[in-house]
Write a protein of this length. Structure first.
Length: 156
């Protein structure tokens, strides 16, 4: 691993704590244990837009579910690079939160979505079903959703 990618620090997320040598890999894996992360996607101008989202781990990837018409999906279509930090449900990020960079891939369609939605129902249980019901009632329909599959940034 590139020595520049290592730092000795304490990572304190909202669901995970680790003190010692923090690598980009360790920080990336720790995000999967969080209930919420602040996901930053980038406009064409390069300006970042942060949104609190649910996060789950699917093998070596992190996944986020979102309506397919959300601004973050439009931004990922133009620029797959994202940054992630642990946050509260309301999006509050700790001052010392470490940003982790990754690349997002948009996954849609029933065949691709079904197994990944099960990952969210396993992690969030009833809360996930309640949120989807509230969204359906508020929108007066079932909003089409996509999964953002996020993988770590590859070393150059």
């Amino acid at each position: 691993m590139n020595p520049a990618a290592r730092a000795t620090l304490c990572y304190v997320g909202f669901s995970d704590q680790y003190c010692g040598e923090m690598t980009a890999t360790r920080a990336y894996v720790s995000l999967g244990n969080e209930d919420f992360i602040s996901l930053t996607t980038f406009r064409k101008t390069g300006v970042g837009v942060s949104t609190p989202v649910w996060i789950a781990r699917d093998g070596d990837a992190l996944i986020v579910t979102t309506p397919d018409d959300a601004g973050k999906v439009k931004r990922v279509r133009n620029n797959a690079r994202v940054e992630m930090r642990p946050c509260t449900r309301m999006g509050k990020v700790a001052d010392d939160a470490v940003a982790v960079t990754g690349y997002a891939q948009i996954i849609g369609g029933a065949a691709g979505m079904a197994p990944l939605e099960r990952v969210f129902t396993k992690k969030y249980r009833v809360e996930y079903y309640v949120f989807m019901l509230i969204e359906r009632v508020a929108a007066r329909r079932q909003k089409p959703r996509v999964i953002l599959r996020i993988t770590p940034t590859k070393a150059a």
